[in-house]
Ligand binder design. Structure first.
Ligand code: ZN
Length: 400
């Protein structure tokens, strides 16, 4: 009878926990659940290896296409400026010929005057002299006509060339427009696939490493709750800026249709800017994304008691760090850089209240992306919400 009551209350408890997802039930992850997740992800990895290879190939192909398109545009730019130079030269030569014609025509008109005959009549020139002088005039006229013909041909050719150029320019413009559209599309697809997007392989590898790390932090039984019974974070809840001096270059928010999850910051020290941990925490992953960015993930415990994952992205090089390392606000994780899919040297810092690859809401990268979007739409702004930063871009700070 007693056993039955226990069974009934257990069923009741389970039912309630399924119907009412309180924060305790939603956030707790046991060591056993986590190991099951790893096994599932490993199976999926095997199944998906082919499609992973395919999308990697697509990224490589897209990158190659972008490189080709860019060099094509460059070549077209060179040719366009060459054509423009040719037009300018032709116009100069037209002006020169026009002046020449004008000179010859005025000379011809002068020679055509009555003066030759008058000279003959009054000057007593011989008939031979007159014939000679008339033949010179005739030669000049012929030469003049020839030059005029040449000039007309030149003008005609020039006009034709101009028209050709105009047509070519139009053609180039259309091509450049369509190339730009293509580059935009490809860039978008590459960025979607590549920017901080870890492969499933990286996910599985990180999960495996986390199992070892949790074991080292005392997780033993399947029922051990990660972060409560074992692997309890040592953070004091405080967050500080990751660089001593710098400025925000881009805030968190929607860009080109997708959410920019991180805070971008630059510094006058460029690649020599040390990147400090934003608090007391533990390095959970040191990894490269699909575009080759060097990244570090650190887990922190916030003042609210929630666990946060920070992603420091695009590092030029790593500091003296290792996986599982306990870090302090004085630990240099690495240096600012432009590795991966970026346009310049900067730190991209993501900080969201979820243990990446561990917590249910972000146990895969795709779930993490969805989770961040949900949080952002709810009004939480990641690193902007928990670290004190200037609220304008390029406003410099001088202390952490
Ligand atoms: Zn960014």
């Amino acid at each position: 009878m007693r056993k039955k009551i226990i069974n009934i209350s257990l069923i009741l408890l389970l039912t309630i926990s399924m119907i009412v997802p309180t924060s305790v039930f939603a956030e707790d992850v046991t060591f056993g659940q986590f190991q099951d997740d790893l096994a599932k992800a490993q199976k999926e990895l095997e199944k998906n290896q082919q499609s992973i290879n395919n999308s990697q190939n697509q990224i490589n192909a897209d990158n190659a296409t972008i490189r080709n398109l860019k060099s094509e545009i460059e070549a077209m730019g060179v040719e366009t400026s060459e054509l423009q130079q040719q037009i300018a030269n032709s116009n100069i030569s037209i002006a020169e010929r026009k002046q020449q014609t004008k000179d010859i025509v005025s000379y011809y008109q002068m020679s055509q005057g009555e003066n030759v005959y008058l000279e003959y009549v009054f000057g007593g020139e011989s008939i031979t002299d007159l014939v000679y002088r008339l033949s010179i005039v005739e030669q000049i006229t012929e030469y003049n006509e020839k030059v005029m013909d040449e000039l007309e041909n030149l003008i005609k050719a020039n006009e034709q060339r101009k028209q050709e150029l105009a047509e070519k320019e139009k053609e180039y413009e259309n091509k450049i427009n369509s190339l730009n559209a293509e580059i935009g599309r490809l860039t978008n697809s590459v960025s979607k696939l590549g920017e901080l997007s870890p492969s499933l392989e990286t996910e599985v590898k990180t999960k495996k490493e986390l199992v070892e790390s949790y074991k080292a932090q005392g997780c033993k039984n399947r029922s051990d709750v990660i972060g409560k019974d074992c692997a309890v974070g040592s953070s004091n809840g405080q967050f500080s800026r990751p660089i001593k001096t710098g400025y925000i270059t881009s805030f968190i928010g929607y860009r080109w249709g997708s959410l920019h999850r991180g805070l971008d910051m630059g510094s006058s020290l460029g690649r020599n800017t040390p990147l400090y941990s934003i608090g007391y925490g533990k390095i959970t992953s040191i990894w490269k994304d699909g575009a080759g960015a060097n990244n570090v993930n650190v887990e922190y415990k916030g003042r609210d008691g929630k666990y946060y994952t920070a992603i420091y992205a695009h590092l030029s090089r790593y500091g003296n760090i290792y996986k599982g390392m306990d870090v302090t606000p004085n630990t240099i994780l690495g240096y600012m850089g432009d590795t991966g899919y970026v346009t310049g040297v900067h730190l991209h810092l993501e900080l969201w209240p979820c243990r990446l690859y561990v917590d249910k809401e972000c146990k895969t990268w795709n779930l993490y992306v969805d989770f961040v979007r949900k949080k952002y739409n709810e009004g939480f702004k990641g690193a902007e919400s928990v670290i004190n930063f200037p609220n304008r871009t390029y406003q410099t700070w001088y202390t952490k």
